[in-house]
Design a binder for this molecule. Structure first.
Ligand SMILES: C[S@@+](CC[C@H](N)C(=O)[O-])C[C@H]1O[C@@H](n2cnc3c(N)ncnc32)[C@H](O)[C@@H]1O
Length: 287
């Protein structure tokens, strides 16, 4: 078997073409195919077997940079049904929900499969993702997207059903929700999560967040309930023009996290400590 040169594009590789104005075009390379745009034609065969990160000229003389797309590039450009979760939130979901290799994760709301793919990457081949989707019509598009992003999604189970009505799984490590009324799933999540297991919900409006947090508190089995959002502000850095870009995505959604614990019997809990105040066991404390 000959080793594939990772420096060079192969047939069926995805390529991200970028023009001099920064416009981006995502393509899958196939022999004898042509990329057409107002910049002219670029034959896929000009790239196949050639260097990743190279500059390629169209028949109208425009030069395009060709790189491999990242997970985030593909997610942003992929065909969608329902609204996807964008890369800035996907990254935070993986860390704040503490999705780890080998975890069993329940997801609510397959949608277009962006979050599902991020979860599959994070749990790796030793983990499992079980997703509940109420609307069967989204499955084919989501499955195609997932297959483009995850090499072997055989550890994904798609269940067509309403997550608010309860789920069969028990002792799951994590639950991640992108459904409009997650407070309807709180009892279900409490039953499904292992003790110490973590839930995370993505919600676009703060009234939804308030309703979810109230339901989590009323349930009594959740502690360390936190809500926050992420603002990502890119900067323009060119010559003496060093400033934030004029436009940014000001809002996408809020993340709410909570941990499955024993219901509290005693006096009211103290405020949870900010994460950076956690004392590490190896840290020396002053007398
Ligand atoms: C915003 S989309 C999810 C998008 C997905 N996170 C992504 O990144 O591609 C919400 C999805 O939840 C599904 N949904 C809504 N209510 C549901 C329920 N009760 N149980 C399961 N799925 C539900 C919708 O059909 C829709 O596909």
């Amino acid at each position: 078997m000959t080793a594939i040169d990772k420096n060079c594009f192969q047939p069926q590789d995805m390529v991200l073409l970028i023009d001099r104005k920064g416009r981006r075009y995502l393509k899958t390379l196939e022999a004898e195919q042509v990329f057409h745009s107002h910049l002219g034609r670029l034959y896929h065969d000009q790239l196949i077997g050639q260097s990743v990160g190279g500059w390629y000229r169209t028949d109208k003389g425009h030069v395009l940079l060709a790189v491999r797309p990242t997970f985030g590039d593909f997610v942003t450009a992929m065909p969608r049904g329902p609204q996807i979760i964008y890369p800035k939130d996907l990254g935070n979901i993986v860390i704040f929900a503490d999705i780890f290799p080998g975890a069993t994760v329940i997801e609510g709301g397959l949608g277009s499969g962006a979050l599902t793919s991020a979860l599959l990457r994070a749990v790796g081949p030793a983990g499992r993702v079980i997703t509940y989707e109420i609307d069967e019509k989204w499955l084919p598009k989501a499955q195609r997207n997932i297959e483009s992003l995850v090499e072997d999604p055989s550890n994904l189970t798609i269940t067509v059903g309403d997550i608010y009505q309860g789920i069969a799984e028990r002792d799951v490590d994590r639950v991640v929700l992108d459904v409009p009324e997650p407070w309807q799933a709180v009892e279900t999540i409490g039953d499904a999560l292992v003790m110490g297991g973590r839930m995370l919900s993505f919600l676009p409006t703060i009234l939804q967040v308030h309703q979810l947090v109230t339901a989590l508190e009323d349930d009594g089995r959740f502690q360390l309930i936190d809500s926050f959002e992420t603002l990502l502000r890119p900067w323009h850095l060119k010559d003496r023009s060093v400033r934030p870009v004029h436009r940014m995505i000001a809002h996408s959604g809020f993340l709410t996290t909570a941990v499955r614990c024993q219901p509290r019997g005693g006096p009211p809990a103290q405020e949870s400590a900010p994460a950076n105040d956690i004392e590490h066991e190896n840290q020396e404390t002053s007398a």
